[in-house]
Design a protein. Sequence first.
Length: 657
Amino acid sequence: MKRAARIVTGSGAEVSFGQELGRGGEGSVFEVTGRSDLVAKLYHQPLPKEKQEKIEAMVRLKTERLLRFTVWPVDVLRDAGRRIVGFLMPVLSGKEIHKLYGPKTRLTEFPQAGYPFLIHTASNLARAFAAVHEAGHVVGDINHSNFYVTDQATILMLDCDSFQVQSGSTQFGCDVGIPMYMPPELQGVTSFRGMVRTRNHDNFGLAVFIFMLLFMGRHPFAGKYAGPGDMPIERAIREFRFAYGPSASARQMQPPPGALPLQVLTPALQELFARAFSQDSVKRRPDAQEWIAALQDMGGTLVPCAANVWHQYPSHARSCPWCAMEAATGGMLFRPSDAVRRPAPGMKRKAANSAAGFQLSAVWTQIQRVPAPAPARALPEPSTLQTQLSAPAASCLRYRKWRIGLSMLSLAAAVGLWLFFPGLWIVTAGVLAGFNLLLLAAGRGRRRLRSERIDERDRLRVRWNELSRRYIEASRAGPFSSKLQELEQARRDYLGLEAFKAAELRRLQEKQRASQLQAYLRKYRIDEAQLDGIGPGRRATLALFGIETALQVESGRLAKVPGFGPANTRMLLAWRDRIERRFVFDPVLGQVPKSEIAAVERVVETRMRELERRLSIGAAELMRISAGIRVRQETVLREAGGTAQALAEAELDVSVL
């Protein structure tokens, strides 16, 4: 819609607009001349009567509490025909919420945000929903573009004109929605026009966004599906397949690899998520006040990680989940909270305004304080371990002693019978046969067990050797050393930024000198020069090869001219040399253009920002690498301990059997 020539507020005051701040499908947002606290939303198309009435009602219904959490309309804007064409609203501050809960964007957009910040933001998001609900309205259109977060973790909701608004007995609906954040009972709805939204619908979207804030941007219904086919998020929501919940396995779901376990949260928050996403949630989900209380309680249980002071987690967790996640994924989740920035030494202030506060010495001290990974310890040789025979081996030895004793008794009985009753030689032979059978059985069972234990010993020895190799590999400090060397180079580059800038400016100055020299040489034409021995014919030949002025007189180009011998070449080169020695650079004419100087400063500033970013997160990256090495070492050591004990037992069995 073309903007009206004259637009006034509800009281009739004329409004003038500055530059356009943003444009959407429905309207555009403009600066308001003379009002730094307000902006104007103007619709592209004429509004239907119902929409105009909705905006008028919202202006009447504005409250201080709503304005604390939303950019609620504060005044209408009318054209000359008194039709509403837009409204005034508070200035929006902050950044989109997805830039906070996404780990990669958080490191750059919210560098100071640790886990307490995420928890505080989640509780403020719940407060914003509470403010809307207590005023009698419903958010309805819940999506990641409608929530902004400030550096103080406060929340601002925008696009309030799409809310479901209650004005007395009149209800103005919300006609839009994104399935990814809608509850199961609304999945599959193709049109929301005329539908009455409820707070319980909102409570589902609130739970989803709180989950994504606490779980590093993971959606609660995005997991690994064990069944056939695909499982899009919308279908998973419709079928109550909460990937982290107690019934996830029964619904063929499990969390994705590297995700935060639900059990890290306090039991109260675990129970709220289970309620919010269960089948019974259609009747009642946790409301904003329940989330606020549970989030505040968990915020009070956070403890710092012993290995990484920038990691904080609930005290009931057995170990730091962030160290485990960073070791598993290779990515960094939280940036050092005290990594601040200031201009590089010697840099102009205008080239480093956004870098104010960086302190290289402080950042480098943090990097140097990160302990190197512990070297590999000598694994205990299984043969040195104290152990006992396995139960089968001990039983075999006891049975063997019993059979040998019985056999000896049988032999003694046979000898006695033969001596005293020679005629009973058949009985004697039977006794001796039994003796032999007993000995044969004892030997066969022992040999079979010994063979089995030898096979087990050999298998365990192979396993032990593999674990020893893995332990040495896990203990390699190469990645740590490489990262440290990379940071040392970044530090040298940072300290050398001023020298780099000076070199670039010298290069530009040399470029200006070269440009003046070229123009100077171009003025001296060969056909006008006094050159003995180079007549009109040779000069015409030179012109055919593009050699017409002193600028083109170069040994390489002259060598390509047929019949132009060494003597003529030396003559021309000496002529050019005499002209070049007379050249005087004019510094006034040769000033470097400001645009090129500005380009160099932009390059230097970009390099400075990147180096500061790498150095600021350097200590955390070193801590992550060191923690990853330690986790891998401990994993192998735990496995090696059991293998060593089993191998020692097998070796003892073999030696005894």
